[in-house]
Design a protein around this ligand. Structure first.
Ligand SMILES: [Zn+2]
Length: 356
């Protein structure tokens, strides 16, 4: 599987350096050929900058070499996003047509400094609809409303994606429901973009920043969440390990499932664990046994949750039941208003079919 900078941190270096060098040479050549034969007409990407572009830098740090079982995290450093009202003045929009890698399209439209991190943030929405990059095809159209924040990754407010593979246009809008701790992405019908794990490790979190299906060699799901978020056992079991591979994993707990399946669940980058928590101790499903943190090889507060069966990595979104939450009826009017104003900020439909 390709190791692409889809979600979170950039891909790890390929350990097979000689092979990689050859591949790079071949890749450069074929990339050049690809670019020449597939280059879009010059006005293809359109950018509408509402205000002069503020300088920004990607808030990403490079990932370390892969190490089992504690791969590097990916949640980038980020301050709480400002409210839409406060941000409205600085909203920008961009519209691109896919004619190669998504990052190439966004970088050519908005520049590398914004385009690279924007690709990562946008990809966190696209992965809930299709596999990135495998399912992206030429002439797919992407429009994004976003906000550049110096020193932080961009905030994406709206994404509209027309997929040739799926034969439809998908939309997601950032919205903070009343009483909710975080803004989240909702589809026009008011359902959440992200699936949630039934009996997952966190009751509340901001966003999934890495999924197994995103094609990186990352064995867990990363949940972006503030330090101190209660972490729950995802099944009845016994604590089998604590704080192993501390440099990478930080404060960490492994729970071995009791009874039939005997899966193991790994919880990494936690806050300091209570002394009373020791291997051999039993935990019940749903029991809070730790708090999330930012320890070990972690660049921003998040929980790395990993599920194993022996040496096999399981996808929590396959192993656990999942749900898609909906906005309550009384939120619909406010959401529809926010949606209408963000739709207005989206550029006119990208130049579908024109890039030839
Ligand atoms: Zn992780």
């Amino acid at each position: 599987m390709p190791d692409l900078p889809t979600i979170g941190a950039p891909p790890r270096p390929n350990p097979a350096v000689p092979v990689a060098l050859t591949a790079i040479a071949v890749g450069l050549l074929s990339g050049l050929v690809y670019w020449w034969t597939h280059r879009p007409p010059s006005p293809s990407p359109t950018v509408a900058a509402v205000t002069p572009q503020a300088p920004s830098r990607p808030a990403e740090a490079p990932q370390a070499a892969p190490s089992a079982p504690g791969p590097a995290p990916s949640a980038p450093a980020q301050a709480p996003a400002p409210s839409l009202a406060a941000a409205e003045a600085s909203l920008k929009s961009v519209s691109v047509t896919i004619a190669g890698p998504l990052e190439t399209a966004l970088v050519s439209a908005v520049g590398k400094e914004t385009g690279a991190p924007l690709t990562q943030v946008v990809t966190r929405t696209l992965v809930w609809w299709l596999r990135v990059p495998q399912d992206l095809v030429r002439h797919d159209a992407l429009s994004v409303v976003y906000e550049v924040r110096p020193g932080h990754e961009p905030v994406v407010h709206a994404v509209r994606f027309t997929s040739g593979k799926l034969g439809k246009t998908l939309e997601a809008y950032r919205y903070q429901a009343k009483g909710a701790s975080f803004s989240r992405f909702f589809q026009p019908d008011g359902t959440e973009l992200e699936e949630r794990l039934t009996d997952g490790p966190l009751e509340s979190y901001e966003q999934v920043t890495s999924l197994l299906r995103d094609g990186r060699r990352h064995k867990g799901v990363d949940f972006k969440t503030p330090v101190g978020t209660p972490v729950r056992a995802t099944f009845d079991g016994v604590i089998s390990r604590k704080n192993w591979n501390f440099n990478g994993n930080g404060n960490s707990v492994e729970i071995e499932e009791s009874g039939g399946k005997r899966r193991t669940a790994l919880f990494l980058h936690l806050s300091e664990l209570p002394k009373s928590l020791q291997p051999g101790q039993r935990v019940r499903k749903g029991e809070v046994f730790a708090s999330s943190g930012n320890s070990g090889h972690s660049f921003a507060p998040h929980l790395h949750y990993q599920l194993m069966l022996g040496d096999t990595v399981l996808d929590p979104f396959d192993s656990h039941a999942t749900t898609r939450a909906s906005l309550p009826a009384e939120e619909k009017a406010a959401f529809n208003q926010a949606l209408a104003s963000l739709r207005k900020a989206l550029p006119a439909e990208a130049v579908m079919g024109a890039a030839r």
